[in-house]
Design a protein around this ligand. Sequence first.
Ligand code: SF4
Length: 455
Amino acid sequence: MYQPKIGVISLGCPKNTADTEVMLGLLNEAGFPVTFDEQEADICLINTCSFIGEARKESVRTLVELAEEGKELVIAGCLAQHYKDDLLKEIPEARALIGTGDIHKVVEVITAIAEDKKLRINAVSDKPTYITEDLLPRMSTNLGPFAYLKIAEGCNHTCSFCIIPQLRGKFRSRSIESLVEEAKVLVKNGAREIILVSQDTTYYGLDIYERQALPDLLEALHDIEDLQWIRIMYAYPTEVNEKLLETIAKLPKVVKYIDIPLQHSHPEVLSQMARPLNPERVVEKIRKHLPGVRIRTTFIVGFPGETDEHYEHLLEFIKTHRFDRLGVFTYSREMEVPSGHMDNQVKESVKKSRRAEIMKAQHEIAAELNAKLVGITIPVLVEEYDSERELYKGRTAWDAPQIDNQVYVQDPDQTVTVGDIVMVKIDNAEPYDLYGNVANEPLIVRKHNRQVTAV
Ligand code: SF4
């Protein structure tokens, strides 16, 4: 049987990355050669994002560029789900579409189009409902010693700006047993850190266990011997309860870091967004239960009806609460969701200047917070070697990959291997990066050493 070489591009968020890795694992298991260099590929599989206008543009740009290079395309993910009736018509090079709830069909789809050169397949379910308990194979797309574990799919909230529930369906959890089994394989394959992702991680379990079961999942994952760090991304404000915080506090492998998108601070904007009010309460609760915790959050500026007064409220909120990590997006108008039809849409120029002002304020906050780390010694997970600068790059437990601080590490005695967690003395700090030397202290965890104690 002809097995074309499959080139892979994964766009969008870490949830997409996890899906891409499953599709790659399935293709690899079925014997398809896989490449990350699309020039070598016969067919390109692109797992797309369609969350906001910018993400859609990037997805479309990627598809057009590949099509212009003469590649045959299999389009998966949110863009395929969003435009399931149009993409095959509009992109002649597209051989197949795979929906967000159809990733398990990837081998069947690619086998069929490889066997019949004229065939074009639309494998997008109207409503995504798929979730599996099976241990599906994964092929890593990153070189770092971490892996995303997608604990659920879909979302049951109705934030008025968000298209995700339309594209990903209702919330559906995977069982604790199946997640632990998958995490064990990821750790066996080299992951030192497991990052829990879903659209709404703190909702986990409510559908299948009728309770918020994230604490139980954390306990079960914590028992995996060679796993060192467990990180929680995408918490929802009203679902961060005391039991969860107490569990995070008591389990040493669960990093003291919470990613909790708050989106805005002003009650009028939050009500229009259909988001929980009083975000300061959850921030205070998290800090009370987890002293020293690092909080990452995101905000949207320029939501319809956001006045100068609403915006000033947000800026003041950010200055008061001094978030350790912060992202800010300009509102993206989407006509398929309620906010697209709201009055008083804000001008792009106003959105951009509000975003710039918040980023400036955050830059100062980040610089001050990082400066406090100079002189202290902290554990760093070493992720790669930068041969040009002759420095290792890594992260502290307070930083998630790709979005937070990096630590540049000098190792004059050459004791370090990628995948180690080492003690690093910080001797210089920039707003978003740290610099240090491997400290004259024992390594915390050697990559292949099962004996050494956890951080
Ligand atoms: S909780 Fe997140 S994914 Fe769900 S609707 Fe709101 S913004 Fe979208």
